[in-house]
Ligand binder design. Sequence first.
Ligand code: FES
Length: 377
Amino acid sequence: MIDTDATQCGFCTPGFVMALFVFHHGGEPADSATMHEALAGNLCRCTGYRSIVEACRRVAQGPADRFVAEAPVLAEKLSSVPPCTEYRCGTQTFLMPRSLEALFAAMEQHPNAILLGGGTDLGLRVSKDREALPAVIALEAVRELRHVTTGADAIEFGGAVTYSEILPHLDRHFPSFGAMVRRIGSRQIRNLGTIAGNLATASPIGDSIPCLLALDASVKLMSRAGERVLPVESFITGYRKTALAAGEVIAAVRIPFLAPGQKFSVYKLSKRFDQDISTVIAAFRLERLGGKVQQLRAAYGGMAARAMRAVALETAVKGRPWEPAWLPDIETLLARDFTPIGDHRGGAAYRLRAAAGLLRRFQFETSSNVPVRVEAL
Ligand code: FES
């Protein structure tokens, strides 16, 4: 950073240095796209970025350092850690179990503990609301929650699998989902955040939820008593409410692959393109037969107290030709499904028009094979 004059006031420098450190140790190619993604999420008001990208290029070409040499020692040290690490600070307890068994034991010991996924929502309760959470159980080290299994007809991944870990699979099977996940947060956020955590917080603008609804995904919930499987649609029960019972954890999320001919796309509208909270997010899965709609699953976030499917719309378009003729009706149909609120991100009327516009975009893309995505242009 010094050699390339990549620091001026220095306000952003610690974040960039940490991003460069991770990039240096990630073994990734030093191409322009990868380097920009590695640096994304750090904003510099001074340098214009060129010098920072040059620093990134030099770091990538630099020699391995002592952290690489120490890696085996670290692995050895980690192998001897206890099944559940516990930290205490005053009346607060933080637990990090390493197995499902240790997790359930910790949950029994602290029945009111909050389960921690990525922590972007939970962190706010501490930083903004100054809450002193009595007990928090981190899920990231529970080995049974870290699997990714690709079957013949679906992909299943554990509740502690991060966005970064699932991203290559999403890119492969649901590229639009993968592109959207890149906009959720920078790499640092994606390295911590989980889809299961996004589900558990049940925010009306949780970005992955409309995708999971449109794709007919399900969750496997596990407790000492056993396991049960619920469609995501039944799992989200209201504003920040889920069907998760006491003693249960989201063990896995299962997404069925698209059948031949099915199309899936997700569209996210936010004030800033990258790393911003959605104003409206829409995900569609379409199945056609003879040019007509066999089934449309249309799920929206930002339109109601919870992310949900537009059932009136889905029912009305069934059997109709998949062409623009009926598109002027969309807003009326959506108004039957949703009565959105207006807030600082967008008014109610804007949300309805935007939601309709996103379906028009999907119709256009699936009919013409011409992408109208900002990220594709
Ligand atoms: Fe000033 Fe980056 S050097 S913000």
